[in-house]
Design a protein around this ligand. Structure first.
Ligand SMILES: [Fe+2]
Length: 351
């Protein structure tokens, strides 16, 4: 019988940078031509945002936030260390990175080479670890398991795509790379084989808006939006199927959902400047009480209105945990007005 550990965290790109630059994303949004001027006027900002910005453009808040995020990742990593899985299956999105105009799969399990490496700072990108462009993360893929899982899903009527090598990126999309970087926050290494499982979270915005905030900075596009990603309930069903398949396997598996919750730049709720706390809080309260029915009731339109596109990754994890009857331990739930998105760190211990 397999054993499964559930893990939830974030791959928020802002954390790649040193703490003093954490507020840069917000200040960049203030330059977006498609955000109304009134929304950019600090006279109209809530006290919570003004408190985070302080009198140093958010530098002190960035220090506190970076430290808080580090503790969240350390808590998740401690669960991973204690469980010591045979491999780590990671649910991640793709923001016009590996998947582009030539193919957009709803789901894609990636059976990478037994030995592969990532060069996260190729080209000399700044990073909080002050690592150089030659920094190489040596990792391991799991092609046999990917084949097994794809076959088992297809046999259950879930026609997943699969891939054995990247298509358009040198390495992996940022959802996976950042998660690997953050789950090795203290640079002790990441010894477990990795099974990336991509879910099309950006749907109608994927090619149309290049999977991000591009629509805030360019004139409105006139072509029709792209077809949507898979509906939330379907992601829960896929997570459930994965859990049932792995529970019957001989393996010990960590299932990771890595994403921030509502992304401010995707939602008009607060003029694209800070997250939809109300929508996130409702999902967090439901997660805390293992109210899977609430999660399943959320529609794509509701998620997208709140900027919760990437919650499809957590939907897959919640579906898995529901199937296994595992309960969450919440390590942190961090609301913010300044740092683009709310973040949750949680683990679901194996039975
Ligand atoms: Fe993402």
């Amino acid at each position: 019988m397999g054993e499964i550990l559930g893990l939830g965290c974030t791959h928020y790109p802002g954390l790649l940078l040193p703490d003093e630059r954490l507020a840069n994303g917000f200040h960049h949004l203030l330059t977006a031509p498609n955000i109304p001027d009134a929304a950019k006027d600090r006279a109209n900002w809530p006290d919570e945002l003004l408190a985070e910005i302080g009198n140093d453009h958010g530098a002190a808040a960035g220090q506190r936030y970076g430290a808080r995020m580090a503790e969240g990742f350390r808590a998740v990593r401690a669960s991973l260390d204690a469980f010591d899985p045979d491999f780590v299956l990671m649910f991640g999105d793709d923001q016009y990175e590996n998947f582009r105009e030539d193919i957009i799969p709803a789901f894609c399990v990636m059976g990478l080479d037994q030995d592969f490496s990532l060069r996260p700072w190729a080209g000399g990108r700044a990073n909080r670890w002050h690592e150089g462009a030659d920094r190489e993360m040596k990792l391991h893929g799991q092609r046999d398991v990917a084949k097994f899982l794809a076959r088992a899903l297809i046999d259950r009527g879930i026609d997943t795509a699969y891939a054995y090598k990247p298509l358009h990126v040198d390495g992996l999309a940022h959802a996976f790379t950042n998660t690997l970087l953050y789950l090795d926050w203290d640079r002790t290494g990441f010894p477990w084989p990795v099974l990336p499982f991509a879910i099309n979270c950006y749907g109608t915005n994927l090619i149309h808006a290049k999977g991000g905030s591009a629509s805030l900075f360019v004139p409105p596009q006139e072509d029709a939006p792209d077809p949507p990603g898979p509906p939330p309930w379907r992601c829960m069903e896929v997570g459930k199927a994965i859990a049932e398949i792995l529970a019957e396997s001989p393996w010990r598996v960590a299932l990771v959902a890595s994403s921030s919750w509502s992304h401010c730049f995707l939602s008009p709720t607060n003029n694209y400047l800070w997250p939809d706390h109300k929508a996130d809080r409702a999902m967090f309260d439901a997660l805390s009480r293992s109210d899977h029915a609430y999660w399943r009731s959320r529609t794509r339109d509701q998620l997208e209105a709140a900027g919760q596109h990437e919650m499809l990754l957590w939907m897959a994890l919640m579906g898995a945990m529901e199937a296994l009857g595992q309960k969450p331990v919440v390590h942190d739930y961090a609301e913010t007005h300044l740092f683009m998105s709310d973040k949750c760190f949680a683990t679901w211990p194996a039975h």
